[in-house]
Design a protein around this ligand. Structure first.
Ligand code: NFS
Length: 648
């Protein structure tokens, strides 16, 4: 077992070796025990939707093959794919719903642990929902906004407000003409489950169409609600310094890792862990203090708003426990490996589940209730403090840590790119038009032990930067970039081509902009809308010289994200192919034909450098189409030009 073949991250390599020495299993080991994985599943041609099956289609069979009901490979793979979208969109959107409920509680109560932190954003978002803001108190506006966003989940008439308020008009027209404008969030997800039931639709394109509608309800609906209401309730991010990687753990302090997704609990833990009384309590136990760090997308939430250090991304959750210095790992929902339960049993580490939606064998369950948020957060922090004395020895913490700047948003990028006095997207558009910046790429998504951990993200991002493509990043990808030093402003000089490097250095931004957690991919959608609105780069997102990628994706959420980018007009490259390759027509549709319908399409490429070049080629083709690829020389007026000027 060569740890370098598993992870490109030094801290992770160290911990992987330690796990091997200690005989502890991790995700990479378990992947090996799964090999060879089921080929039918990989190709998407196994159906277990009803008990006439399970059926499977031999993709190499000579004769056309069908399941018992008559479904062919395209139908089976399309059903499986859109069910992945339903699950991914449900996860994001349910996160949005939970935040919206907390928001409603906050604005309706006079005695609540949460309050409105960003009044400006409250007013902006409320106005977009058609709510009167002038002359009204924040709480009044907030009550109307809470009702408005909550009704987006289950309303029976009309379409999603945000799908009409944010995207460029040309984009909305594409959706209308194709018939995929999302109606309400829950409805689109439910309709996927209905349409994929035995004996409903079998036309693969029509199945994908509903997948598109549901993922649009995720990106422009549920995820956007999660982002915007979180900004209002927990404060909008602002550029902030941070430290990242397992080295942020401290052998002398009480270590608490917040892991999962929703900021409702983690935000309160951030506040509570700094209370002098609790710090004193920790000191009385012999600790130097309380050290809070984040894992996965919760890390991105607490980092963006509070600068809390990031312990790691998805594949580092087991490695963090292996250090032996984690008193408590507190989790809510999503991307939490069940393996943590038994692993924590081998250490003094307490795994604490907090959501009724997510209980894990071997974990202690302390249910989180928003109306008692501070009280419960204190209970969890106290438990960690009590557990400090159970730690055996100093533990083994890898030294590797990096620093960087995170905290960019749709709103504050205005200021950084425009400078203090030019708050607009104009300088970004101008720099794209003049070719200093060739275009922009969103590099996002998970880790997957099938790829060398972090390598896919980093190799792709470096190749894009070298070719003057500005990168925005979220999720585990952003954490990978942060750990590798790509979010330091100095990284511009080291990794960027001359054009992008010059722009980053002039403005003082890192070449990779951390725009948040996975639900914050919605920020990328609104950034793209702003770029179109600024003018000079076409009328629709599909005309922009931009591309998206998820070089280490693994989750159903990533499928929903990828599809909402494609359906918003963005060319999207992923490493592990979608599980559809056994269905020839469906594969061809997703990678070619779909572009005619929605303006974007998928590509599959495991080599991250080759994938970067696919994105660069696409960006250049969009530049050609916009007519901005001609070398624009500056020409001074000569006498002849001056004479031609008619002055009346
Ligand atoms: Ni998103 Fe993947 Fe999870 Fe975050 Fe990381 S694994 S789809 S990036 S933590 S949600």
């Amino acid at each position: 077992m060569d740890p370098k073949k598993r992870s490109s991250d030094k801290a992770s390599q160290e911990m992987i070796s330690q796990m091997a020495e200690a005989g502890q299993q991790n995700a990479w080991d378990r992947l090996e025990t799964q090999l060879p994985q089921c080929g039918f599943g990989k190709l998407g041609v196994c159906c277990r939707i009803c008990t006439m099956g399970p059926c499977r289609i031999d993709p190499f069979g000579e004769e056309p093959q069908f399941g018992v009901c008559g479904a062919d490979a395209d139908t089976i793979a399309a059903r499986n794919l859109v069910r992945m979208i339903a699950s991914g969109a449900a996860a994001h959107s349910d996160h949005g719903r939970d935040v919206a409920h907390t928001f409603k509680m906050a604005v309706e109560s006079d005695n609540c642990d949460y309050m409105i932190k960003d009044e400006l954003k409250l007013r902006e978002v409320a106005a977009r929902y058609g709510i009167k803001v002038e002359g009204r108190e924040s709480k009044e506006i907030g009550t109307d906004l809470a009702d408005a966003v909550l009704s987006e989940f289950g309303k029976q008439d009309g379409t999603l407000v945000s799908a009409a308020a944010y995207p460029p008009p040309a984009r909305q027209k594409v959706w209308e003409e194709f018939g995929v404008t999302p109606r309400s969030i829950d409805r689109e997800i439910v309709e996927i489950m209905h349409r994929t039931h035995i004996g409903v639709g079998s036309d693969y394109k029509n199945l994908v169409k509903q997948g598109i509608r549901a993922c649009l309800a995720d990106g422009w609906g549920g995820s956007l609600i999660a982002t915007e209401i979180s900004d209002i309730l927990f404060g909008s991010p602002w550029p902030i310094r941070f430290g990242a990687n397992l080295g942020v753990l401290d052998s002398k302090e009480v270590n608490i890792i917040v892991h999962g997704h929703e900021p409702t609990l983690s935000d309160i833990i951030v506040a509570v862990s700094q209370e002098p009384e609790l710090v004193k309590m920790a000191e009385a136990k012999g600790a130097k203090g309380i050290n809070l760090s984040g894992m996965c997308c919760t890390a991105n939430e607490t980092l963006m708003r509070h600068g809390i250090p990031v312990a790691g991304n998805f594949l580092q959750q087991e490695l963090a426990v292996m250090t032996g210095v984690v008193e408590v790992m507190v989790v809510d929902v999503q991307c939490i490996m069940p393996a943590l339960g038994s692993l924590c049993d081998c250490f003094h580490t307490k795994l604490i589940t907090t959501s009724p939606k997510c209980k894990i064998a071997g974990a202690e369950h302390i249910e989180f209730h928003e109306d008692r948020a501070v009280e419960i957060a204190r209970e969890i922090v106290k438990l960690a403090i009590e557990n400090f004395t159970n730690r055996k020895g100093e533990g083994k913490i890898p030294k590797a840590t990096e620093r960087g700047i995170a905290g960019f948003t749709t709103e504050n990028i205005f200021h950084h790119l425009g400078g203090r006095f030019r708050g607009s997207y104009r300088p970004l558009n101008d720099n794209i038009i003049n070719g200093r910046i060739r275009g922009a790429a969103g590099v996002v998504g998970c880790n997957n032990p099938k790829q060398v951990h972090d390598y896919g993200h980093l190799a792709m991002i470096k190749e894009l930067l070298k070719n003057d493509v500005l990168v925005v990043s979220t999720g585990c990808s952003a954490i990978a970039a942060g750990k590798a030093g790509l979010m330091r402003p100095e990284a511009a000089a080291k990794y960027c081509g001359p054009g992008l490097g010059e722009v980053c250095e002039t403005v003082g931004i890192p070449p990779v902009l951390h725009v948040g957690s996975c639900v914050d991919n919605s920020r990328i959608l609104t950034i793209l809308s702003n770029v179109v609105a600024e003018g000079g780069l076409g009328e629709d997102i599909s005309e922009l010289p931009v591309a998206g990628a998820a070089p280490e994706w693994m989750s159903e959420k990533a499928v929903s994200i990828g599809m909402y980018f494609v359906a918003s007009g963005v060319y999207t490259v992923i490493a592990e192919p979608l599980p559809v390759l056994g269905a020839e027509n469906l594969t061809r549709y997703l990678t070619e034909g779909i572009e005619k319908d929605v303006g974007g399409k998928w590509a599959f490429e495991r080599d991250p450098v080759k994938a970067a070049h696919l994105m660069i080629e696409h960006i250049e083709s969009k530049r050609d189409a916009l007519g901005i690829n001609k070398a624009a020389e500056r020409k001074l007026y000569d006498m002849e030009d001056r004479r031609a000027l008619s002055v009346e």
